[in-house]
Design a protein. Structure first.
Length: 717
């Protein structure tokens, strides 16, 4: 069968390409395979707790749609403030059935997050939010505190609709109708809602299925958050559109123990799974023993820069578990193009291409391979090929002329998968989605990313937008600079420049800040560094790699007063910024304590003594996770009990390591919100003590001993 663009599709994928809506696709799947499992949910990442078939998913979605229609929400925006799970899929398709526009989010866990959700409510004039019954009272209060205008939100409890009648039929839908608003952060932190239509999702789904040969016999395993486009579209919708099965686990299950991802793939014989590069990097040290990854034929790596070293280490590590190197499939995409733009075909194709680029040529804007890979070579991974001829073009952003092969320019994209623009932002939509070449040709999406084409493959080389991507999350330098300047009085009213450098296979954040004139001779550099590190951790979930303090008026700027981030980064690498103080996070040493050497403590049952022991355990684990050298340990140890861990520079990845260390040492999990939140180290130790007592792990007193000699064993290996 042929589509209009000449691509040969299997009948099932051709039907998907021409279907009128996502609703029609789910209805067809429910008719063809009513009892087949659509989604299996692993609440703790290990044990199956819920399962739903295609017919039941369709029924529950129609029941929810009836509730939405009864509230007059056809054509309105509806927030999904739900945890990852089967309910998220029901809520999403329920919105589609009611012809409401879904806004995928997640329940705000802090006042800052609630404020962002409130800005989204205002931006899209949302009228309703769907959530869980146990969260409803808290979210109502939190949103009301965040902004008065959220009082107009109607709340719908998804747990209370199970036995309701399905109600009236779904309103008619067309491919141009909006399915969802995928919110991203703008350059000032203001959210932008990408308008994704049924047609965008269906066309993308057909292309995706064809490229990776996805059929109803596949099984997707995913821990990706469902409010994220990669998790919702790639991890959930894509397999359901072709009648495959999805095995879901909460993101927290992966965060707490990354090995669960690979164990689920092994246990459920997963054939498909996608994740950002950092996830592959985290798992590259997981022991392969007991794993069978031979069924995993597509391991999509995207959402952040793909590291060749990570791909190689991961492939080598799990070759013994049956993973084929060709399964590793780097890809490139963005929410504005629905999801994926270019990809490798996995084991059905030739495998990923790695190119050792000439570093000097790369700096001059040319992607030129080196024959001697030992001499100033920089390994770059190909992100695959476009799935449609003429859909990707490399353009000189200044002249708007196409670049020749191997020349680096801005990546421009077009085609039916490109979204309709930004919600209620015509100027931003015109600037981003309406680009034309110098000869007036085309209507292109400007991605803001830099890349080059070689032999039909895309190599991503950087970001025109100055975006900083850390572990799959986009961060705008302006937002980080704003946080730094408000973190300490010595930086107020000054200038700051944020940029990223590569470190150990991931981007590291560096900030260069000008001191106030009155502070130049009497500042406390360590105190400023602690404040800035805490601000980045609290407000952005980031770990500060280096802070440079400069005299006023010395940061590189343009004649119009705009900061020059690339020039600043280059001068930092050259060591020529002229800073008066520099703080760097300690380098990882060979003698860094490993999880098995943290503690081994036997804590007395006396509360004060037990807390002292747990606090010591927490200190040792934190020092190890943060790679603190001897000097920093001496500085921080005396006040550790009163400190918030974020003030010490604990970011989300270090928190994952710390959580794992505590689990190994104490036999218990400490949730990341507690590690990254407002609790002090002593309060976290008290929480740990309470949990241990609740488990009744007090050791019975030995014969002849006093009650005060009872002990709590917290070392469980």
């Amino acid at each position: 069968m042929q589509t209009t663009d000449g691509l040969r599709l299997a009948p099932q994928r051709a039907a998907l390409a021409h279907s009128p809506s996502l609703v029609a696709v789910l209805q067809e799947q429910a008719r063809e395979r009513p009892h087949k499992t659509a989604i299996t949910f692993l609440a703790d990442g290990d044990i199956e707790t819920q399962r739903i078939g295609y017919a039941e998913l369709d029924r529950r979605a129609r029941v929810l749609a009836a509730q939405l229609q009864a509230r007059g929400l056809q054509g309105e925006r509806v927030l999904l403030l739900l945890h990852s799970g089967i309910d998220y899929a029901v809520a999403f398709w329920g919105c589609l059935y009611a012809k409401a526009i879904a806004v995928p989010l997640y329940p705000p866990g802090s006042s800052r997050h609630a404020e962002r959700v409130a800005r989204i409510v205002e931006d899209c004039s949302a009228r309703c939010a769907i959530t869980h019954s146990q969260l409803l009272p808290l979210l109502e209060r939190r949103m009301a505190d965040a902004a008065p205008h959220t009082a107009r939100l109607a709340w719908l409890d998804i747990d209370g609709i199970g036995a309701s009648a399905a109600g009236e039929a779904a309103p008619p839908l067309a491919r141009h109708d909006l399915a969802l608003l995928q919110y991203t952060s703008g350059s000032t932190g203001d959210p932008r809602g990408v308008m994704v239509s049924h047609g965008n999702l269906l066309h993308h789904g057909a292309r995706f299925a064809e490229a990776w040969r996805i059929t109803s016999s596949d099984r997707m395993v995913s821990w990706l958050p469902l409010f994220h486009d990669m998790g919702l579209i790639g991890g959930l919708l894509q397999p359901l559109l072709v009648g495959a099965e999805v095995v879901l686990m909460p993101p927290a299950a992966f965060v707490q123990r990354p090995a669960r991802w690979l164990q689920a793939l092994s246990r459920h014989r997963g054939t498909l799974s996608m994740a950002p590069n950092f996830a592959f990097d985290l798992c590259a040290t997981v022991p392969p023993h007991g794993l069978d990854l031979s069924a995993w034929r597509i391991a999509g790596n995207g959402a952040e820069p793909v590291q060749v070293d990570t791909l190689r280490r991961f492939a080598q590590r799990f070759a013994a578990a049956g993973l084929r190197e060709a399964a590793l499939a780097p890809c490139y995409g963005l929410a504005e193009a629905t999801l994926i733009v270019t990809l490798h075909h996995g084991i059905d194709g030739p495998g990923a291409t790695h190119l050792c680029a000439d570093a000097a040529e790369l700096e001059e804007g040319r992607l030129t391979p080196r024959h001697d890979e030992r001499d100033r070579g920089l390994w770059v991974a190909s992100c695959g090929m476009p799935q449609e001829a003429g859909s990707v073009l490399i353009v000189d952003p200044a002249s708007r002329m196409p670049c020749t092969a191997g020349t680096i320019g801005e990546i421009w994209v077009r085609g039916p998968s490109v979204a309709q623009g930004y919600w209620q932002q015509p100027e931003a939509t015109a600037a981003t989605f309406g680009a034309t070449l110098a000869d007036g040709g085309g209507r292109w999406l400007r991605t803001g990313d830099l890349g080059a084409m070689r032999n039909g493959e895309l190599f991503v080389a950087g970001r025109l937008k100055d975006l900083i991507i850390v572990r799959g999350q986009n961060h705008h330098p302006a937002d980080l600079e704003h946080s730094a300047l408000h973190a300490h009085a010595a930086l107020a009213t000054g200038r700051a420049i944020a940029f990223a450098i590569d470190g150990r296979g991931e981007e590291r954040v560096v900030l260069a800040c000008e001191l106030r004139r009155t502070e130049r001779k009497r500042f406390d550099g360590d105190e400023i560094a602690r404040s800035v590190a805490a601000a980045l951790s609290d407000e952005h979930g980031l770990r500060l790699h280096a802070l440079l303090l400069l005299p006023p008026g010395t940061l590189p700027i343009t004649s119009s007063g705009k900061v020059q981030r690339r020039a600043c980064r280059q001068r930092f690498l050259e060591g020529s910024l002229g800073e008066v103080f520099m703080w760097r996070e300690p380098a990882s040493g060979e003698d860094t304590p490993r999880p098995e050497s943290i503690g081994g403590l036997m804590l007395p049952a006396d509360t004060d003594a037990a807390l002292h022991g747990l606090l010591e355990l927490l200190w040792q684990a934190t020092a190890a996770a943060l790679r603190l050298d001897e000097r920093r340990q001496t500085e921080l140890r005396p006040t550790f009990a009163e400190e918030r861990l974020g003030m010490l520079g604990l970011d989300s990845l270090a928190a994952i390591e710390l959580s794992h260390r505590l689990q190994v040492a104490a036999g218990m999990e400490v949730a990341l919100p507690e590690l990254l939140g407002s609790a002090s180290a002593l309060e976290i130790a008290r929480h740990m003590h309470t949990v241990l007592l609740a488990r009744s792990v007090l050791r019975a007193p030995a014969a002849g001993s006093e009650a005060g000699d009872r002990e709590v064993e917290v070392w469980t290996l």
